[in-house]
Design a protein around this ligand. Structure first.
Ligand code: AMP
Length: 600
């Protein structure tokens, strides 16, 4: 089917041709002819990436009086980013039509938006909170609205906009058309459909709550403490990744991004503690592919509309299955394919089964690539980069004589070997002691990995037991506890003994001789934005969570401010190429193995 056959106006078709849209997507094919008709309500179950903005945007601009001064079209969506994206798309679609499309959204000066609305506008694209504000100020009048579009309705309800949406819809004429788009159909969305719509046509691209078929879902079973290393391997194994890593909390997001940046990856965080200006900057860098990896919370990444994302990595599974639909839907957009990779611990298999049932997808079990596989891939990347490196003949010409003389005694093969080794040794060194990270790995592999990363447990005699004020809910796990103590004191992990992580505090044992050192150096140490406080347990201590918890409840001063990683130091990701080569294996992710490339 072609766009001409759908019945759109000439002016609209002209802009589509310019945009290079050749044929309608499935949701457009089903929605547009119906929405061009009169008096219809519509429910479209479709994810972002299916072309849903054009599915409602084209019939909307086609149908309304574009010269109207009071809004005839009202689009409500969950986030500022989506609001701006829709406005931009609509402006492009209506290039050959008159009319004003006004975006109103929170987090920015309301006065300019008031001026724009007052100038007269045929369509308002709004986030719910700001729109309610403008209605209350009597700036926005919705009495002439003919079409209301609720985009990403499930997200808006997730974000707590239920009352705002009800209030807004009550301001609109009773005979309006309501078009609702949602990736999933929870009860609350169904309630909106029942309350405000009459006999809507329901079009579902795929099943309800179903994910895009172009996404490959793969899960990896790893030990809790190996999560971060596993992510690094997945990235190393996919050197051209343009990826989004989802974490559950702001803290975890900041920490993972900071560690990745420190380890030489081109990664930055996106979460609610960043200022709007910082978020805009990060998004822009990601959108323009200057940034290769964005580490985000679910909320911050809502409305992120970027094509070509190759991988979504779920650092943790989201609590809510519907969030998994949203996360994975960030890849495989506009007909492309993509992978959604999930790291689970050994107890989370049941959650994968639940997602499979609800989303009707099948997960493959993946294996975290082993060091040899990664080295092979990276070596190939190094060779490809070398071959495709542009030689600036005139710049290098003056040095050629000297260069050739220096290598005169080496064969071509020796020269190649040395150049490759100069870049590759660091990588091999990093991986040579690394074991298998798959949870079901053989005992030998695990022990190899354990020697490198894990404390020996057992000996209790001759050990002192310490109380630590942080626990599971602060992101602490046994591996993190070992890192804190070893990093702060320089002790080897074998000096530590039993570790018990409770919800809000923990215990750790260490050889008696290190007690003073641990008390001196670990106390006040920073962990993921929290100050560690440590003390020797008194005899008989070590039971009731409540009691300890009260004593050590963290005051407001213990958290670092937004965007401040590493105790007021510059965020690690602002360093370019200055990462710790020993730790990271020495790649400059932006440049690959020495090849100069702005984008990867
Ligand atoms: P959406 O689901 O509206 O976020 O659209 C996803 C992406 O697909 C956007 O970048 C659109 O510009 C693009 N797109 C939408 N419809 C078409 C089409 N018919 N042909 C090609 N690209 C499209």
């Amino acid at each position: 089917m072609t766009f001409e056959e759908l019945g759109l106006r000439r002016e609209v078709l002209k802009s589509l041709t310019e945009l290079g849209f050749e044929a309608p997507t499935p949701i457009q094919e089903q929605a547009i002819p119906y929405l061009l008709g009169e008096d219809c309500d519509f429910v479209g179950l479709a994810q972002t990436g299916t072309g849903k903005t054009a599915a409602f945007g084209l019939p909307l601009i086609n149908n309304i009086d574009n010269k109207a001064r009071l809004p005839q079209g009202l689009i409500i969506c969950p986030t500022r980013e989506l609001c701006l994206q829709i406005t931009k798309d609509l402006n492009v679609f209506s290039k050959y039509l008159e009319g004003n499309i006004t975006a109103v959204y929170g987090g920015t000066d309301i006065r300019t938006q008031i001026t724009s609305v007052k100038k007269g506008t045929s369509i308002i694209v709004a986030t719910p909170g700001r729109l309610v504000d403008l209605i209350n100020r009597k700036v926005v009048q919705l009495g002439e609205v003919k079409y209301v579009i609720l985009d990403e309705a499930d997200e808006m309800l997730n974000m707590g906009f239920k009352e705002d949406i009800d209030m807004i819809l009550e301001q609109t004429p009773i005979d309006k058309n309501v078009w609702l788009f949602s990736a999933t159909m929870p009860n609350e969305v169904a309630r909106i459909a029942r309350t405000y719509m009459h006999d809507p046509l329901e079009v579902s691209i795929g099943h309800k709550n179903q994910s895009n078929e172009n996404i490959e879902h793969i899960y990896y079973s790893v030990k809790e403490r190996d999560r971060y290393d596993a992510v690094k391997r997945l990235i190393d194994f996919n050197p051209t990744i343009y990826g989004l890593i989802f974490c559950r909390t702001k803290n975890e997001t900041a920490t993972v991004a900071m560690k990745l940046a420190r380890d030489g990856y081109n990664a930055e965080p996106l979460h609610g503690d960043l200022t709007q200006a910082m978020r805009d900057r990060v998004m822009e860098r990601f959108r323009s592919k200057e940034l290769q990896i964005l580490v985000a919370t679910d909320v911050a990444a809502r409305g992120l509309d970027i094509n070509n994302i190759t991988h979504v990595i779920n650092y943790n599974l989201p609590d809510d299955i519907e969030n998994y639909t949203h996360r994975s839907g960030r890849t495989a957009r506009a007909g492309k394919t993509g992978e959604s990779l999930v790291l689970i611990n050994t107890r989370e298999n049941v959650k994968i089964k639940a997602i499979e049932r609800q989303m009707r997808v099948t997960f493959k079990q993946g294996k975290i690539p082993n060091p040899a596989e990664i080295c092979e891939i990276q070596l190939k990347k190094l060779i490809d980069n070398t071959i495709s490196t542009e030689v600036k003949e005139s710049d290098i010409a003056p040095f050629m004589e000297q260069i050739l003389a220096s290598f005169a005694d080496l064969s071509k093969e020796e020269v190649i070997k040395r150049f490759v080794s100069a870049e590759f040794n660091r990588f091999i060194e990093y991986y040579e002691r690394a074991g298998d990270l798959n949870a079901a790995a053989s005992k030998d592999d695990r022990e190899r990995s354990d020697r490198k990363e894990r404390p020996k447990r057992a000996r209790e005699e001759g050990k002192t037991r310490f109380f630590v004020n942080l626990g599971r809910r602060d992101g602490l796990n046994p591996g993190a506890m070992v890192r804190i103590i070893c990093d702060a004191t320089g002790l080897k992990s074998k000096s530590l003994g039993r570790i018990d992580i409770m919800t809000s505090f923990s215990f750790v044992e260490a050889d008696d001789e290190h007690t003073q050192k641990i008390l001196k150096l670990v106390d006040g140490y920073e962990f993921e934005g929290h100050k560690v406080s440590i003390e020797v347990t008194s005899p008989g201590q070590g039971g009731s969570e409540g009691g300890r918890d009260r004593k050590f409840s963290k005051g407001p001063g213990s958290k670092r401010g937004p965007g401040s990683f590493g105790g007021g130091k510059k965020p690690g990701f602002e360093k370019k190429g200055g990462f710790d080569k020993k730790r990271s294996g020495g790649f400059d992710r932006e440049r690959g193995f020495g090849a100069k490339r702005k984008k990867y």
